[in-house]
Design a protein around this ligand. Structure first.
Ligand SMILES: Nc1nc2c(ncn2[C@@H]2O[C@H](COP(=O)(O)OP(=O)(O)O)[C@@H](O)[C@H]2O)c(=O)[nH]1
Ligand SMILES: [Mg+2]
Length: 353
């Protein structure tokens, strides 16, 4: 597609989001056909012209550990919130706000009891979330705290009409079947309550390399989450050349009842775009075969330089259109220029499967 055609399409599409011609069948297969229980969010990330307040809310010991090591230079991150049963975990996390659920005198609880205790702490949770424009709800699933409390945090956010992108870390296979079942139940409970729900299964990050440390494996999980956060924030925020908004994210997630599969990839050089696209499609959490089945995808493109950006996006739209089988699939692109990018192009895909 040439630049003129591209701009025309840009002007035609509602708001500033860009969609493939496939999206023209919106009315027939539109979001309304896939009712979500979550309220609809008007939300563009620019709120009254000021920077949006994004919160990273960690629930459970594993999630709090990830939050503790979260990079300080994360774009638009205004508040870190830690929620757990353990005062030691909360102290160690050093978040801007902490909410302790349950009392020391109580014995270690199962997720169900913790859900009740979290309900009892709703006022504190509400205070910790109030004023945020978007919440990333990071929880570790399969134990007690993350599994029991995170769905209640999602409910509180919903009552405050704050959109939530949930990222749930689920256990390794070696942790046993029971933990994995508990995690599955927790993940379902969260997915039903949020705008978008992403699972990061620890097991998917294990490689054949026996010498690899647990720390290395867990580091990969955290770095995927960081990339997801950064790409989403850049294309939603003021750096976005082609701006997209939360309604676009929601339109995609609505096609999969909230659940998204994610992947990202980066590349440099003359074939960078194609290579990054292919790397993202073949990310360990995605895979080309699965992407072919997608009912929709939200694609965040980060470019080191805006030279050639327009033709890049045209190429990308074509490549992605070919990568997704369903002609009625809703494909939404956001583009941001990021001079600090370590490679020429980075592509992040959130797919509704
Ligand atoms: N990726 C990652 N996963 C973790 C980490 N710590 C714990 N987990 C996972 O999270 C699951 C829940 O554990 P945990 O958060 O300790 O349970 P809780 O405190 O009772 O909610 C575990 O089964 C692990 O698979 C971590 O630092 N990184
Ligand atoms: Mg714990």
């Amino acid at each position: 597609m040439n630049r003129r055609e591209f701009l025309k399409r840009l002007a035609l599409s509602a708001g500033a989001s860009v969609a493939l011609p496939a999206a023209a069948v919106w009315d027939k297969f539109g979001v309304e056909a896939f009712p979500l229980k979550a309220p609809s969010y008007a939300g563009h990330l620019m709120v009254n012209g000021s920077a949006p307040a994004i919160g990273m809310v960690a629930v459970g010991s594993g999630a709090c550990g990830m939050l503790r090591n979260w990079p300080g230079n994360s774009p638009a991150l205004q508040r870190r919130v830690a929620i757990d049963t353990s005062p030691f975990v909360l102290h160690r996390t050093q978040a801007d706000r902490s909410v302790r659920v349950g009392q020391a005198a109580e014995k270690i609880s199962d997720p169900k009891t913790l859900r009740l205790q979290a309900r009892a702490a709703q006022a504190e949770i509400r205070d910790a979330l109030a004023g945020l424009d978007l919440i990333w709800l990071l929880s570790s699933q399969g134990g007690n705290a993350g599994t029991g409390i995170a769905p209640i945090v999602a409910e509180v956010a919903r009552a405050l009409a704050i959109p939530v992108i949930a990222v749930s870390v689920t256990p390794f296979a070696f942790e046993g079947e029971r933990r994995s079942q508990v995690a599955r139940a927790g993940l379902n409970a969260i997915t039903r309550r949020v705008m978008a729900s992403i699972e990061l299964p620890n097991e998917a990050y294990v490689t054949d390399d026996d010498d690899e440390t647990l720390e290395t494996v867990l580091g990969r999980v955290t770095s995927d989450l960081e990339q997801l956060y950064r790409a989403t924030t850049l294309v939603l925020g003021p750096q976005g050349l082609i701006g997209v908004d939360l309604a676009d994210v929601r339109a995609v997630t609505a096609r999969a009842q909230g659940a998204l599969a994610v992947g990202h990839g980066a590349a440099s050089g003359p074939e960078a775009l194609r290579a990054a696209c292919s790397a993202a499609a073949n990310h360990r959490l995605l895979g080309e075969d699965r992407l072919l089945q997608a009912k929709g995808a939200f694609v965040a493109v980060e470019l080191k330089s805006d030279r050639g950006a327009m033709s890049s996006v045209g190429q990308l739209m074509q490549a992605m259109g070919l990568a997704v089988n369903d002609p009625a699939a809703l494909l939404i692109y956001g583009l941001a220029v990021e001079p600090d990018l370590p490679s020429d192009v980075r592509i992040s895909i959130m797919a509704a499967l």
